[in-house]
Design a protein around this ligand. Structure first.
Ligand code: ATP
Length: 268
């Protein structure tokens, strides 16, 4: 396994933590008092309840918690894929609250990247064409050599002309990563990126995510159920019933698993 953490985070020392009062411009994403409710009346569900967090630039955060605890909702609100019912989200200095749909779409297209459990590649396009798609959708031609550069970055420089069906699951996820990187996003959001992969292939993808932080200074937020995946992060946040329920700095798979066991016991 990797693991080269940014030098500024000594073992056992938490990266800048998520309290709103401590936020500085070093934060790639900031959430203040964010709540997300779905439905109305008796059917209402509070998926996130008054959550305030900050994610330092150049760090890797994993979000964990039981099923239904609000992990995906947190990621989607932080990424501008969903609008909070109340509260404020700032990405790279841009306040998302009140942004028009058009501006929000532009932000999603140009300043953040996404990777999901499902690779979501277009089957009729080659790997290179899939990677170029975000720029094409913005009406831009990829700069010369850029597609090849990001495919090289994920170790698939020799597969540019292959279609998704000609690639393994891990390779498809790496194409999805390259697609997310083509716009040089400030933040990469990953929702269960290894959920559909076997453990060896999953580790390759996690190593790439880690390298994006260590080598390129990107910020990564990843939802995962897997303590091993979480151990690649600098920090693990635990959610329970829409609330942040503790965090771990410099996690290991064992410390994460132990923390999850405590959470489950407390909940039962
Ligand atoms: N579109 C929606 N409409 C109604 N309720 C929703 C919607 N999306 C999520 N919820 C509810 O919000 C809560 C949090 O859901 P969310 O998907 O964020 O949890 P999660 O922790 O990511 O779960 P899992 O680990 O199972 O993916 C759940 O109770 C879920 O049923």
């Amino acid at each position: 396994m990797r693991r080269c953490r940014p030098a500024r985070f000594r073992e056992g020392t938490a990266p800048p933590t998520g309290k709103w009062g401590q936020m500085t411009s070093d934060h790639a994403v900031r959430m203040r008092s964010v709540s997300r409710r779905y439905g109305l009346g008796d059917n209402a569900v509070t998926a996130l309840d008054d959550v305030s967090l900050a994610f330092a630039r150049g760090t890797f955060t994993a979000v964990m918690g039981p099923s239904g605890s609000g992990k995906s909702t947190l990621l989607q609100c932080a990424a501008g894929l969903d609008r909070p019912t109340s509260g404020s989200v700032v990405v790279g200095g841009t306040e998302l609250t009140g942004l028009s749909e058009r501006r929000l779409t532009l932000l999603r297209r140009e300043r953040v990247g996404f990777v999901f459990q499902a690779f979501n590649l277009l089957p009729s396009l080659t790997a290179a064409q899939n990677v170029a798609l975000p720029l094409r959708l913005s009406g831009r031609r990829p700069p010369r050599g850029r597609v090849r550069e990001v495919l090289d970055q994920v170790g698939l420089g020799d597969r540019a002309r292959h279609r998704p069906t000609e690639l393994s699951g891990g390779q498809q996820q790496r194409v999805a990563l390259a697609r997310a990187l083509i716009t040089r996003p400030e933040v990469l959001f990953a929702d269960e990126p290894t959920g559909a992969l076997d453990s060896r292939t999953g580790r390759e993808v996690l190593t790439l995510l880690r390298a994006m932080v260590d080598d390129s200074g990107r910020t990564v937020l990843m939802v995962t159920h897997d303590p091993v995946a979480a151990s690649y992060a600098d920090r693990v946040l635990f959610l329970v019933d829409g609330h942040v329920h503790g965090e771990l700095a410099t996690p290991t798979a064992d410390t994460v698993a132990t923390h999850l066991t405590h959470l489950e016991k407390a909940a039962s």
